[in-house]
Design a protein around this ligand. Structure first.
Ligand code: ASP
Ligand code: MG
Length: 404
């Protein structure tokens, strides 16, 4: 919702759905740029603002947009009422700036819906058990929307955003990337965690846990477009085994440019070493992703893992101290110019040869694989960042993702 003009359009869109006989709950985000502006004010005053107070500030962005949207609905003759998270209430834990939703009381909302009102609830926020306002982390309105939909047992949760759906890969890298009509929530979870930032990842977890069909669609279309058409647009995040699933082997290619790889060389091959290396890294709150421990020669082994590039220097410092103190031996070497490319698809469960096709494609492009990791529906490789886009394009083609 970029402007009051856009808010009027949102109201028209909502009225269209309501006129068609649907009960509607709307969960808006703040107006664009507003959350950044609000948090920026706090940063002008302090480098280390209290997270509770940050949530007090940030939550106001959504409070403005819900009220404006209610007013816009009233202006076109619709009954509507807006609520802040704490008024519903949406209960969360007390992890300010990254709170998790614990429960949602749907009784007030139900009454309004039954009285024919459109209900508008602030995204991104809730209240902890001591009555403090909390927020759910950046992009948290997605999670609020899915959670509210699940609490109300809605038939579908529609997430209107600035992209028109989920693509086979980033269209900025591969121009013939295709929009997917459906994607399973597991695939979506893999793609989201691999850096396709269409939705906040927690919202996808909610959709999966509560089996809430969730559709990602464009907020930029004509609000008065035919409802049937709008209802089938975008990408539906659905569940494996649903009959309308496209049965492709691979659904998408995800990537993450900003990885770094660290190797602790020739450490003793004995119990406790992995823990001694990674324990201090975890204690420093650094997320470790891929891990390889090589075959040992003469009782010594190399231990390699990846961390987000932004954490590379910190991780090296932590290791420098801890490896010296606890392991003694072990030269530490690193490479902060690596990227991860992954092929994702539930079809992998029933098709063989995906990994070999992936490796063949990379070898034909002369791309060296540094590390490999797999899950049931994903194969990831770590490569030199120079070749990332080439790898994504080659794999997109090799798995026929450009063909509908
Ligand atoms: N307004 C919040 C943010 O900018 C929540 C959201 O947009 O989903 O992060
Ligand atoms: Mg958002």
């Amino acid at each position: 919702m970029g402007s009051t003009e856009r808010i009027k359009n949102v109201a028209r869109r909502i009225a269209k759905w309501h006129d068609a006989g649907h009960q509607i709950v709307v969960v808006p985000s703040a107006m664009s740029g507003e959350t950044n502006r609000l948090l920026g004010l706090a940063k002008e005053i302090s480098n280390d603002p209290d997270p509770r107070e940050l949530d007090m500030i940030a939550s106001t962005g959504e409070q403005v947009s819900v009220a404006l949207l209610a007013i816009a609905l009233h202006a076109i003759g619709k009954e509507a009422v807006s609520y802040a998270g704490w008024q519903v209430p949406i209960m969360t834990d007390s992890a300010f700036t990254k709170a998790r939703i614990r429960s949602i009381d749907d009784s007030k909302v139900r009454k309004d819906l039954d009285a024919g009102r459109v209900v508008i609830i602030t995204g991104f926020q809730g209240m902890d058990e001591d009555g403090n306002i909390s927020t759910l982390g950046r992009g948290g309105s997605d999670t609020s929307a899915v959670a509210v939909a699940a609490a109300l047992k809605a038939s579908e949760c529609l997430i209107y955003t600035d992209v028109d759906g989920v693509y086979t890969t980033d269209p900025r890298v591969v121009s013939d990337a295709r929009r997917l009509k459906t994607v399973t929530f597991e695939e979506m979870l893999e793609m989201a965690s691999l850096g396709s930032k269409v939705l906040q990842i927690r919202s996808v977890e909610f959709a999966g846990n509560y089996r809430m069909p969730t559709r990602v669609l464009s907020s930029l279309t004509d609000p008065l477009m035919p409802l049937e058409e709008e209802a089938n647009s975008g990408t539906l995040i659905s569940f494996e085994g649903d009959s309308h699933m496209e049965q492709a082997t691979i659904t998408g290619i995800a990537f993450n440019r900003d990885e770094a790889k660290i190797t602790v060389m020739s450490v003793p091959d004995k119990p406790g070493i992995a823990y001694q290396i990674l324990g201090p890294v975890a204690d420093a709150n650094i997320e470790v992703d891929m891990i390889i421990q090589n075959q040992s020669v003469d009782g010594k082994t190399d231990f390699t893992f990846t961390v987000p590039r932004a954490e590379y220097n910190k991780a090296m410092d932590v290791l420098d101290a801890s490896v010296k103190a606890h392991i003694g031996s072990g030269n530490i070497v690193g490479d902060a110019k690596v990227s991860k490319v992954s092929v994702v698809g539930v079809g992998m469960r029933s098709h063989v040869g995906i990994a070999s096709r992936m490796f063949q494609t990379l070898s034909e492009e002369g791309i060296n694989i540094l590390m490999i990791s797999t899950s049931e529906i994903k194969i990831s490789v770590l490569i030199n960042e120079k070749y990332m886009e080439l790898a994504v394009r080659a794999l997109h083609k090799a798995f026929d993702l450009d063909k509908a």
